[in-house]
Design a protein. Structure first.
Length: 297
């Protein structure tokens, strides 16, 4: 048995792990078979004792449960190793976080700024510019055949953002602002990237970071703004329904399927666009911190 496991570990790493688990389970099952009293085999026709019949069915079930869980764990590890999003793209993004944001992986320098309390006008400007960028992303996806997989994912936000902008202007009696510089610049950048269809990997970097940033930290910002400015009202922008985890998983899977066909050069091009994606996304957030970020790229 030991020789068999050694050979398997050299040739089939995943099978080796399962073989060890299965062997231990089989040995335990054999012990249980020997110890089962005759009255247990007859459907508990005699009163069971606390140490025999009651425990045996539960332990027998746990054998196969552990085996199945071990299989899922091995499968999950293998999938993580091959995931472009969870390895290369995520690592590039985490390095651009500060230690406060990502204690283990963050490498960006923390910039100390004066505390600023955003106003309803600041938040409205943020929403207007965000809608402008979402529209640029949605137009790109709907106009380029190379991006057809990303159509109608359920993560689109331009329509709910329009509803929120109208609500705030009407509820608080303030004028709708024009799209600001950061919204215009990011929208123009997106249009430029997809203009000839040769920079799809770069576009995917912006798409992934923008959409999923709003699904993570963006929703936290939404809760804070809701409490501070909107009497705890949740805007449509942040409502995805009960199936949000499924929407996220499905969209990630679509991106993974696209990335799997890329060359190493294309994958690297996607990764290298992360810093620029962070720059533009941070520019929109600057509306909530007292001003815009001056364009330096």
């Amino acid at each position: 048995m030991i020789n068999t496991m050694l050979i398997a570990s050299d040739v089939y790493p995943r099978l080796a792990i399962l073989l060890v688990v299965f062997t231990s389970c089989a040995m335990e099952a054999e012990c249980l078979r020997v110890q089962i009293p005759s009255h247990c085999k007859q459907g508990f026709s005699m009163p069971p004792t606390p140490t025999s019949c009651v425990a045996i069915p539960r332990r027998r079930t746990s054998i196969f449960t552990r085996l199945y869980r071990s299989f899922l764990y091995v499968q999950h590890v293998e999938e993580m190793k091959s995931s472009f999003i969870e390895t290369d793209l995520r690592n590039a993004a985490m390095r651009l976080h500060t230690k406060e944001q990502a204690p283990r992986e963050g490498k960006a320098v923390t910039v100390t700024t004066e505390p600023y309390v955003p106003t309803i006008q600041d938040y409205l400007q943020f929403l207007v510019d965000s809608k402008h960028v979402y529209e640029a992303l949605e137009v790109a996806v709907n106009s380029r055949s190379e991006l057809a997989l990303l159509r109608c994912t359920g993560l689109e936000r331009s329509v709910p953002l329009e509803q929120d902008i109208l609500f705030i202007t009407q509820e608080y009696g303030i004028s709708r602002p024009s799209v600001g510089d950061m919204g215009k610049q990011y929208s123009s950048k997106i249009q430029l990237i997809v203009a000839d269809g040769s920079n799809i990997p770069e576009f995917i970097c912006h798409y992934y970071n923008f959409y999923f940033a709003h699904l993570a930290g963006g929703r936290m910002i939404g809760k804070k703004m809701s409490s501070l400015l909107l009497n705890n009202k949740t805007l449509e922008f942040y409502k995805y329904g009960d199936d949000l985890p499924q929407l996220k998983s499905r969209t990630k899977a679509l991106i993974e399927s696209m990335a799997s066909a890329w060359t190493e050069e294309e994958r690297q091009k996607c990764i290298e666009a992360t810093e620029e994606a962070f720059y533009y996304g941070g520019g929109l957030n600057s509306y909530l911190m007292g001003g815009e970020v001056s364009k330096s790229h």
